[in-house]
Design a protein around this ligand. Structure first.
Ligand SMILES: [Zn+2]
Length: 92
């Protein structure tokens, strides 16, 4: 099943994660170089990107769930797990 929205969100997740990785590497470089202003600038950017990542992953998962359009769904049977009350385990 092909879903336009799904692939859009998928590539958004990918690029956001990629950006996080690059920012993290840049921040590490700034840290090593003792470049305080750059370090702080990157820290703020990382924080924003982290927030964006959470939003985009949330949207991605929500869409896949609501629309039921996961790219590689092989229709695995969803067995409902019966939550039985655990009976008293007899120890001794
Ligand atoms: Zn969809």
């Amino acid at each position: 099943m092909n879903c336009q929205k799904y692939s859009e969100l998928e590539s958004e997740v990918r690029s956001t994660l990629q950006k996080l990785k690059e920012l993290t590497e840049s921040q590490l470089a700034a840290f090593r170089a003792c470049d305080q202003p750059e370090f702080i600038r990157l820290d703020k950017e990382l924080e924003q990107t982290m927030g964006a990542k959470e939003r985009v992953i949330g949207a991605f998962r929500q869409h896949a769930e609501e629309h039921n359009c996961q790219a590689r769904s092989e229709g695995k049977p969803q067995t409902p797990s019966p939550l039985k009350n655990q009976e008293r385990a007899s120890t001794g």
